[in-house]
Design a protein around this ligand. Structure first.
Ligand code: PLP
Length: 384
C-alpha cells in the first residue's frame, strides 16, 4: 500500500516505539509518587515536557500534557473561555477550523456564549484585517496554524497582533503544523497552542496544550493537582515519553525533511496535472505545508475516487464528507468559495517521512485510470 494519508496519522518512528516499550517495562510507578520509582517516572515526563517545549520554542512549564489534539482544543478554548468570562462571553473562530474547535465552540454556545465566524479568502487563509471586523466583546479568537485539508498556513502572528491590540486572547491549533514547519511560539504570540503526538511520529492519544505567558486558564479536569493544577489525571507516561522523543526527532529533521517533502509535493502536483489536466489544486497560491496537496478531479466524486485509488493500492483521504451514500462539500472548501460540484470531487494527498519519489511516480502513473473509473460511476458533479 502506498500511504499518502500522513495528515490523518503518520507512522510511529521506530526510536519512539522502542522508547515507549522501555518506558512500559521499566517506568511502572505513578509519576506523582514520592519514592524513587515515582521520581524516575516523573523525570521521564519532565524530560518529555522539555522536548515538546523545544519543538515550538516554548517554556517547559507552559506545556500541559493532554490526550491529543481534540482534548487540547477543548481545553484551550473552554479553559480559556471560563477564565475570560469577566471580559465577555463571546468566542470567534475562523471558518477553517478543525471539528475539534467547532465542537468546543458548540459547548461554549451550550454554556450561553455567542460565537462569530471569521471568514476565509479564496486562497484558503484568514486575512488578519478580518479581526478588526469582529465585535469588541469577543474575548477569545481561534485560528489554526496550518489547515489539515489544504495545508494552507495561516498568518497567525499578524492575527494575534491585531487580536491582542483589541484585548482578545488567541487560541491556535498547531496540530498539523508541528513537526512540518518551524514554529516559534514567541513570534507566533498565540496565548494557547495545541499539538498532537500522532501527527509527528509519536503515538495516538498524547498531545499538549501550551498555556503561554501565564494566560488566563481554568482546568477542565479538576480535583487533583496534576500538570500544575491544569489537567487532573495520572499522566499517560508511555505516550508522553513517545511524544517527547518524536518532538525531539521532528525538530532535528525538520529542515531536511521540509526540503525533501517540498520536492516530492512539486513532483506530485506535476504528476497530477499531467495525468488529469483539468484537476484543480486548492490553496496553491498560498504558503502551504510542504506535504499536503488537496486537489479536485472534476466529475470524479471524492468517495468513488478514494475507493478507486484504494483498489489500486493507494491510501488517501476524501476532501469531502462522505456518509451513507451522499457526499457533502468540505466546510473548508466551501468557506474558500469552491463551487459545490468541484468541492465534492476533492481528495487530500498528504506525504510524510516514509514517502518516496518512486511512490509519487507510481501514483501519477495510475491516477488517470482511477479518475476514469470514478467518473464512470457518477454523473459529473453529482452530490449523490
Ligand atoms: N486539529 C487538527 C488541525 C487536526 O488535523 C486534528 C486531527 O486530525 C485534530 C485537531 C485532532 O487531533 P487528535 O486526533 O489528536 O485528537
Amino acid at each position: 500500500m502506498i500511504y499518502f494519508d500522513h495528515n490523518a496519522s503518520t507512522p510511529v518512528r521506530p526510536e519512539v516505539r522502542e522508547a515507549m516499550r522501555a518506558a512500559l517495562e521499566s517506568l511502572s510507578a505513578n509519576p506523582s509518587s514520592l519514592h524513587r520509582d515515582g521520581q524516575a517516572a516523573r523525570a521521564a515526563i519532565e524530560r518529555a515536557r522539555a522536548q515538546v517545549a523545544a519543538l515550538v520554542g516554548g517554556a517547559p512549564n507552559e506545556v500541559v500534557f493532554v490526550s491529543g489534539g481534540t482534548e487540547g482544543d477543548h481545553a484551550g478554548v473552554i479553559g480559556a473561555a471560563l477564565a475570560l468570562e469577566p471580559r465577555g462571553r463571546t468566542f470567534a473562530r475562523s471558518a477553517l477550523e478543525h471539528h475539534a474547535v467547532h465542537g468546543a465552540g458548540d459547548l461554549l454556545r451550550r454554556l450561553g456564549w455567542a460565537e462569530h465566524e471569521v471568514p476565509a479568502t479564496a486562497d484558503g487563509y484568514v486575512d488578519p484585517a478580518a479581526i478588526n471586523d469582529l465585535p469588541r466583546e469577543v474575548a477569545l479568537v481561534s485560528v489554526m496554524l496550518a489547515n489539515n485539508e489544504t495545508g494552507v498556513i495561516q498568518p497567525v502572528a499578524a492575527i494575534a497582533a491585531r487580536a491582542h491590540a483589541r484585548g482578545m486572547r488567541v487560541h491556535c491549533d498547531a496540530v498539523q503544523a508541528a513537526g512540518k514547519i518551524a514554529i516559534d511560539a514567541a513570534a507566533l504570540d498565540a496565548d494557547y497552542l495545541v499539538l498532537s503526538a500522532h501527527k509527528l511520529g509519536g503515538p495516538k492519544g498524547a498531545g499538549a496544550l501550551l498555556v503561554r505567558n501565564r494566560a488566563p486558564y481554568e482546568p477542565l479536569f479538576r480535583g487533583s493537582g496534576h500538570e500544575g493544577g491544569r489537567r487532573g489525571g495520572t499522566e499517560n507516561l508511555p505516550g508522553i515519553v513517545g511524544f517527547g522523543l518524536a518532538a525531539e526527532l521532528a525538530a532535528r529533521d525538520l529542515e531536511a525533511e521540509r526540503a525533501r517533502l517540498l520536492a516530492l509535493r512539486a513532483r506530485l502536483e506535476a504528476g497530477i496535472r499531467a495525468a488529469v489536466p483539468d484537476a484543480v489544486i486548492h490553496g496553491e497560491r498560498a504558503p502551504r505545508l510542504p506535504n499536503t496537496v488537496n486537489a479536485s478531479f472534476p466529475g470524479a466524486r471524492s468517495d468513488h475516487l478514494l475507493m478507486a485509488l484504494d483498489a489500486r493500492g493507494v491510501a488517501v483521504s476524501a476532501g469531502a464528507a462522505c456518509a451513507s451514500g451522499a457526499v457533502e462539500p468540505s466546510p473548508v472548501l466551501s468557506a474558500m468559495g469552491v463551487p459545490r460540484d468541484l468541492a465534492v470531487c476533492a481528495l487530500r494527498f498528504s506525504l510524510g517521512r516514509t514517502s518516496t519519489a518512486d511512490e509519487i511516480d507510481q501514483v501519477a502513473a495510475l491516477l488517470a485510470d482511477a479518475v476514469r473509473a470514478a467518473r464512470g460511476l457518477a454523473p459529473a458533479g453529482s452530490g449523490r
